[in-house]
Design a binder for this molecule. Sequence first.
Ligand code: DAT
Ligand code: MG
Length: 139
Amino acid sequence: MATNRTFTMLKPDAIENGHIGKILDMINAAGFEIKAMKYTKLTTDQAQKFYEVHAERPFYGELVEYMTSGPIVAAILQKENAVADFRTLIGATDPADAAEGTIRKYYAESKGRNAVHGSDSDENAEIEGKFHFATNEIF
Ligand code: DAT
Ligand code: MG
């Protein structure tokens, strides 16, 4: 059953490049409501666990190092059809393939440093949201 919620992180490159405000504007303009939000930094353990599905991939070490290299903004977003619509808003993993008007097209540096995370299923949105937020931090 669709939860109408998704989970996002504005990644270290987006923060370093000063893009928090512009990305949040795009998220709001696309009709997403913020249900939880924090400015934080992942520990190596957290980043390894969050990206566990990619543990066997050649870029895993680089991914964990990058995701722990600086602060992130984590958030739970709500909208009808949130997971799919947010994936559309962020664009393809590699900004070179991302459609015009998407967050990654505007703000991602590369396939690895790609500005923003978006959950890929309702089930993962729920798991990822709970990974980052306690019940009393979700509204
Ligand atoms: P997405 O973030 O679009 O869901 P994914 O789940 O396949 O993409 O991969 C998770 C992250 O891992 C991705 O945002 C950036 C990094 N990544 C994926 N493929 C990569 C590659 N070939 N080289 C470097 N980093 C990669
Ligand atoms: Mg993914």
